[in-house]
Design a protein around this ligand. Structure first.
Ligand SMILES: [Zn+2]
Length: 77
């Protein structure tokens, strides 16, 4: 329904899109609701979740490098 824009239940093209829980410009997901029969599809924002994991991974990696540098300076002092 998201890609075709057609309701799989009644073949209506009258689809309404609603955003679900957004923080700033980040969206948790979208509701695709057929206004004719009420059929609803929910699409979660998987792309945003992956971006957040990458961001967390980078910050943890940065902490390990900082800790390693601290140990290096202590050992050489
Ligand atoms: Zn429908």
């Amino acid at each position: 329904m998201k890609n075709s824009g057609v309701c799989p239940k009644c073949q209506s093209t009258d689809i309404k899109i609603n955003s679900l829980g957004s923080w700033g410009n980040m969206t948790a997901g979208n509701f695709y609701r057929c206004t004719t029969c009420g059929f609803t599809e929910i699409w979660s924002g998987k792309g945003h979740q992956r971006d957040m994991k990458i961001l967390i991974g980078v910050s943890i990696g940065g902490c390990i490098i900082a800790l390693g540098m601290l140990v290096y300076f202590v050992m050489n002092s």
